[in-house]
Unconditional design. Structure first.
Length: 259
């Protein structure tokens, strides 16, 4: 199977299933959803951090001529994502409800739903670029990266879908638009395949950029939400589910790279 076909398959798989899972998850009762979502966020935190530190950064260092340059790309990536989020070009929330994804605010202003669509499309487009860069470096790394993308997409898509519904969209239209937005990752993946194919020397830095994305999402978006629950039981549950996310990536990556 060619690298391009793998990129298209995995970006399609991730985009379609995350949108579908969000729709199913949103249909669950409020009580069950509120109980399940923190565990999903904890699991996504583990997969993102593990994919960054155990997969993307080591491969970036192997392929680059300078560890210093990889560190610089990582730093610049984190700063870039901070700026994007600061200017509301890329904003995704994993709490239901939350300050940005508040149903009451969305109902008052349909434009906020359109902004969510634009921001989510940009986000998913970038996810496709990150997955493509990983597959072009090593198909096994691509699978691990796609897995981490899928894990963090579900809670994000739940919040985005809620905004569309409360912004006045019908359930069918909201689901359709959310799916189309999710599948922009396929466009990003194909574009990156051809762009990076002519600049293979940039691949290690694209991986560092991908790692910066995962680290920023985990540290700036997910972990602060987890800290809002301060009871001992919640803390232990978070550690368990973060550990499960790390373990999944670790054993998947290790199993694909036998000693």
């Amino acid at each position: 199977m060619s690298t391009l076909v793998q990129i298209v398959l995995f970006t399609t798989f991730s985009g379609f299933l995350s949108a579908l899972a969000a729709g199913v998850f949103l249909a669950v009762g409020d009580g069950k959803r509120a109980a399940m979502l923190p565990h999903l966020v904890s699991f996504a935190t583990g997969t993102l951090l593990a994919a960054a530190f155990l997969g993307l950064i080591p491969h970036a260092l192997e392929g680059a001529g300078s560890a210093h340059d990889v560190g610089l790309a990582l730093l610049l990536g984190i700063l870039l994502f901070f700026l994007l989020e600061k200017f509301v070009l890329w904003r995704h929330c994993h709490d239901d409800p939350c300050e940005m994804h508040s149903p009451s605010e969305a109902a008052r202003d349909r434009a906020s739903a359109n902004l969510i669509l634009a921001g989510d499309s940009l986000h998913n487009l970038l996810d496709g670029v990150l997955v493509a860069a990983s597959f072009m470096t090593d198909p096994k790394l691509g699978i691990v990266t796609a897995l981490a993308v899928f894990a963090h997409e579900i809670p994000q898509e739940v919040g985005d879908l809620a905004i569309l519904l409360h912004g006045g969209f019908s359930r069918a239209r909201a689901m359709t638009l959310n799916l189309v937005s999710s599948l922009t990752s396929v466009v990003g993946g194909i574009a990156a395949y051809y762009a990076l194919g002519s600049a293979m020397g940039a691949l290690p830095y694209a991986l560092a950029f991908a790692a910066a994305s995962f680290i920023y999402i985990a540290v700036a978006d997910l972990i602060p939400g987890l800290h809002r629950r301060v009871d001992v039981r919640a803390g232990l549950e978070q550690i368990v589910f973060i550990g499960l996310g790390v373990a999944l990536v670790y054993f998947t990556h290790k199993g694909m790279h036998p000693v």
